[in-house]
Design a binder for this molecule. Structure first.
Ligand SMILES: [Cu+2]
Length: 158
């Protein structure tokens, strides 16, 4: 009787130990999973950060850039090649809204020349960039900022 009781006791102990081991094993798996997930998240965040930097820099490198000041373009005109796009970079906190057309004698004159890419109220919220184009047809085109009187840009496409 005593021997039987001992055996069952031992069996219960072993069973308990194996369950305990199992729990620890599962916990280890969970911890590993957490660490891997965390690492993946960090990796993804790092990739996302660098890829967004890459996309903006690679997008800019192929197209000429015109900078926008607080209430004007840094240059009044730019000459680009047929097929190129134009990247516009707002270097200040100022809001700009660009469209086809120009300011003439203090009055906005919306006008999209034939062959001009549509620039339909492209809004800059400050320290951001937008690319317009491509300009596929040689000619002279006009862009203006609807917010700032006199803020004109002439785009000459060769
Ligand atoms: Cu503006």
């Amino acid at each position: 009787m005593g021997a039987v009781r001992d055996t069952s006791n031992l069996y219960a102990q072993t069973c308990f130990q194996s369950v305990f081991k199992r729990i620890i094993y599962e916990m280890k798996k969970l911890i590993v999973l957490c660490v891997v997930t965390g690492l993946l998240a960090m990796l993804l965040a790092a990739c996302g950060g660098s890829s967004s930097v890459n996309s903006s820099s690679s997008g800019n490198s192929s197209s000429p850039i015109v900078h926008l000041g607080a209430s004007n373009f840094d240059q009044s005109s730019i000459t680009i090649q047929k097929g190129q796009s134009l990247t516009l970079t707002d270097d200040t906190a100022a809001v700009h809204i660009l469209a086809n057309g120009s300011w003439v004698n203090g009055a906005p004159q919306p006008k999209q020349e034939p062959g001009a890419p549509t620039v339909n109220n492209v809004q800059f919220n400050g320290n951001d960039s937008h690319t317009v184009g491509p300009f596929n047809t040689p000619g002279t085109y006009h862009l203006y900022c609807t917010v700032h009187p006199g803020m004109n840009l002439t785009v000459i496409v060769e």
